[in-house]
Design a protein around this ligand. Structure first.
Ligand SMILES: Cc1ncc(COP(=O)(O)O)c(C=O)c1O
Length: 379
């Protein structure tokens, strides 16, 4: 039986070549030629005012928390159905997280749940574009502007996806992307901070370079550099950037293939949804699909466990996703006790199916045949 893993990192073939170039260029540390190429790509293609590569999306989010001036006692609104880092980056600066619930029909943050959570201590809202599908950014930006809050887009999964024609990551004051090996475009570990509000640019460069004004020094803008602010070593080496450049050069091909696979899953599973047996992803009119993830939503936890097990027995890697952060061992004592039933529903019922560049249409057919059989047998 041929195994179909959940994920398989895709290599374009140019990674080792560019890494070789980086290594023998004599400049292996960060902020060199490949870093600049990658950053320029995001600035030019997606209209981001300033892009800075980071060693992960988590690091980019930590930079956002510092840039927003988060201090102990401040509050930040984050969906509960997300990865730890969306909240942790702000918690490290001392923030209290007010978790917001998802929509009842899709996992993204429901803007109608935000306003009731805003207090005089609120500093920021963190919309997470789950599966690369845009949150309702006009609604979120309108609420944030009215209350004078920062918006940090967690676009970890959002590369090359759009909201009303605007690229994800270019809408909030700040945004963070991930290039972890499970994403569409990868560098092993890796991330990018997108700065859309120019007020943050100078300070972001300093925080990025261990609290020093080294970037200004290398541009010849100051005649010596030193310690001027807080920060960390957030920038990756040129080796990582070289890998990432090989991927970015192939973005079009990668996206086209992933979207084709996504469409095939949707087409083959649609009849099950029409029979009311499971729920498929919703792409609202204002959003595009970047083929990051294909998931189905089962009716309950027992059904999901049985489906994952059925797929596993057939050699197919299907996995569940986030556990609600408000109920996590780390945060449950700090959470205000509100029930977030939609988040819990996705934590219990959502299953992600294999999605990677080298997956082929017959593989998708094989996976969907098993799911169809499962629902024929069990309901
Ligand atoms: C929504 C979201 N935010 C942040 C992250 C963290 O990304 P990284 O692993 O690059 O730090 C992830 C990782 O999967 C994620 O899914």
């Amino acid at each position: 039986m041929e195994i179909i893993p959940f994920n398989k990192p895709f290599l374009t073939g140019k990674e080792a070549h560019y890494i070789y170039q980086a290594v023998y260029s004599g400049k292996i540390s960060g902020n060199g030629i490949f870093t600049k190429k990658c950053q320029k790509y995001f600035e030019e293609k997606y209209g981001i005012k300033k892009a800075l590569l980071t060693t992960s999306c988590t690091d980019a989010l930590e930079m956002c928390a510092i840039l927003c001036g988060i201090k102990p006692g401040d509050e930040v609104i984050v969906p509960s159905y997300t990865f730890v880092s969306s909240a942790l980056a702000f918690v490290r600066q001392g923030a209290k997280i007010l978790f917001a619930d998802s929509y009842s029909n899709q996992p993204n943050l429901d803007p109608e749940k935000i306003e009731a959570l805003i207090t005089p201590k609120t500093k920021a809202i963190v919309p997470v574009h789950y599966a690369g599908v845009a949150c309702d950014m006009d609604r979120i930006m309108e609420i944030a502007n009215r209350h004078n809050l920062f918006v940090v887009e967690d676009a970890a999964q959002g590369i090359d996806s759009y909201y009303k024609g605007r690229p994800l990551g270019s809408i909030g004051h700040l945004a963070a992307f991930s290039f972890h090996e499970t994403k569409n475009i990868i560098s092993g570990e890796g991330g990018l901070l997108a700065i859309n509000d120019e007020r943050f640019i100078r300070r972001a460069e300093i925080i990025w370079e261990k609290g020093t004004n080294r970037a200004e020094f290398f541009r010849g803008e100051v005649n010596k550099y030193g310690w001027v602010d807080t920060g960390s070593s957030f920038l990756p080496s040129e080796i990582i950037a070289a890998f990432l450049w090989a991927q970015l050069e192939n973005l079009g091909v990668i996206q086209a293939k992933r979207k084709q696979l996504w469409e095939e899953y949707y087409r083959l599973l649609k009849p099950l949804e029409e029979q009311g047996k499971l729920q498929l992803p919703i792409i609202p009119d204002y959003a595009t699909n970047n083929g990051h993830m294909f998931y189905v939503i089962c009716n309950n936890l027992a059904e999901r466990t049985a489906l994952i097990s059925k797929l596993k027995n057939a050699g197919i890697g299907a996995v569940f996703h986030y556990l609600s952060l408000h109920a996590s061992p780390y945060y449950q004592d700090k959470h205000d006790g509100r029930e977030l039933s939609n988040s819990d529903h996705y934590a219990d019922c959502l299953v992600r199916l294999p999605m990677f560049f080298e997956l082929e249409l017959p593989d998708v057919k094989r996976i969907c045949d098993i799911i169809n059989l499962f629902y024929k047998d069990c309901i």
